[in-house]
Design a binder for this molecule. Structure first.
Ligand code: DGL
Length: 267
């Protein structure tokens, strides 16, 4: 272990602002950690990009975070995790925590034996989700629902209202009608729409995401590395974006409920 490693920051990145839902959980569980968050807003959404493009962006961003001293990197994006995590682990020495849709807990929770996974088109068509389902959900019916455009709502700061409800209906109604009683939010942007999603679903199903599990995993790995920071003072958040800092900053401030002033990084 590098002697001062516990003082180094945790790196977190996403295609944009969805990863702030994971950041919120990490800061709740690990309040003393310094965090560097990278929002790749100039390239958002990843969900409709090719796997090689996402891999190249993920590698560049991870490289930036590690150059800034990150002791561990959380890929707070299901889409990037599904296509790039193996590549990142081969390419860099620091530990990576990847996101994946919470299929396993959903299987434990379902009473009807039917669950739905809402995710970006790239995650839904990816091998990783197929593998997760084959591995953990053999005895359960899984409806995978690509949701193009949903992450973009959050990215633009639209979290509630008729536009959101209008988009949710065709995405959720078919799975609910077939009896799905657990809805997995398989994209880190979607927890910001949770209020509207639960309003639409009512008591027909339970909604789950992966944020808390990722914070637990991050805690576990930092402890194992001997790199956990346990100061009484709250950690510092540094925010980088490849997008327009003023625009990204306003929406991030609203999502996180604290003032965010992003530093612009050339994409
Ligand atoms: N937040 C990302 C995820 O968890 C993807 C959103 C996007 O860029 O399409 O999958």
């Amino acid at each position: 272990m590098i002697p001062m490693e516990h003082l180094a920051p945790v790196g977190v990145f996403d295609s944009g602002l969805g990863g702030l839902s994971v950041l919120g959980e990490i800061r709740r569980r690990l309040p003393a950690e310094d965090v560097i968050y990278y929002a790749d807003s100039a390239f958002c959404p990843y969900g409709s990009r090719s796997a090689p493009e996402i891999r190249a962006r993920s590698e560049a961003i991870a490289g930036t975070l590690i150059a800034e001293g990150a002791k561990l990197v959380v890929v707070a994006c299901n889409t990037a995790s599904s296509v790039a995590i193996t590549h990142l682990r081969e390419r860099f020495d620091v530990p990576f925590v990847g996101l994946e849709p919470a299929v396993k807990p959903a299987v434990r929770m379902t009473q009807t034996g039917k669950i739905a996974v809402l995710a970006t088109p790239r995650t839904v068509s990816g091998e990783r989700l197929r593998w997760l389902i084959d591995e953990h959900a053999r005895d359960v019916e899984v409806y995978t629902v690509p949701a193009p455009g949903l992450a973009e709502l959050v990215e633009h700061g639209t979290l509630a209202g008729d536009e959101v409800q209008g988009m949710l209906r065709p995405l959720l109604e078919p799975s609910l009608n077939r009896g799905a009683d657990v809805i997995v939010l398989g994209c880190t942007h979607y927890p910001f729409l949770r209020g509207e999603i639960e309003r639409f679903i009512g008591d027909r199903a339970t909604v789950i995401d992966s944020g808390e599990a990722i914070a637990r995993r991050t805690h576990y790995l930092l402890t194992k590395m001997g790199a956990l920071r346990a100061d009484a003072e709250p950690g510092h958040l540094q925010f980088m974006t490849s997008g327009i800092p003023e625009v990204v900053g306003d929406i991030a401030t609203n999502l996180l409920g604290e003032s965010i002033q992003p530093i612009a990084v050339p994409a």
